[in-house]
Design a protein around this ligand. Structure first.
Ligand code: CMP
Length: 138
């Protein structure tokens, strides 16, 4: 059993896509074991995306991620990191496969509706960034 962090980004929340994203996760037998809505400060967004701090898109990305509420979720299931990433599609929506969340809804590489951890180590960091153990159901 594996866990991963999923974020419905401010564009997804603003555009009313919370239900659609959750429906796709649940339909694919991914279990939600933690969930909350929050509005990150710029500093919180910069901390979350610290691995990208040298990238040219860092300021823009962290401004966007703190521009409105997000929904953060802990997902659980077999191979859930990869499974969630397959459902999301490629970061760049123009390169995302048909039927994926980003292909269907994302408007650009930055405003790409969802985030998902890319490996077990990043999942552990990202889950711990938002959730304590009492906020994740067994
Ligand atoms: P995410 O999966 O949240 O991880 C990093 C985010 O940076 C990515 O989705 C995009 O929203 C954003 N981003 C903006 N520009 C780029 C880029 N050129 N390459 C990768 N990620 C980018």
């Amino acid at each position: 059993m594996e866990r991963t962090l999923s974020i419905i980004k401010p564009d997804g929340v603003t555009r009313g896509l919370i239900g659609e994203v959750i429906r796709r996760l649940e339909k694919n037998d991914i279990r939600i074991v933690g969930m909350k809505m929050l509005w990150m400060t710029r500093e919180q967004a910069r901390g979350f995306y610290a691995v990208h701090r040298e990238r040219p898109f860092f300021d823009s990305l962290t401004n966007f991620m703190s521009s409105g509420p997000v929904v953060v979720m802990v997902l659980e299931g077999e191979n859930v990191i990869e499974k969630n990433r397959t459902l999301m599609g490629a970061t760049d929506p123009t390169k995302a496969a048909e039927g994926t969340i980003r292909r269907d809804f994302a408007t650009e590489i930055e405003k790409n509706v969802v985030h998902g951890s890319d490996a077990p180590e990043t999942a552990a960091f990202e889950i711990g960034y938002f959730f304590n153990r009492f906020e994740i159901v067994a």
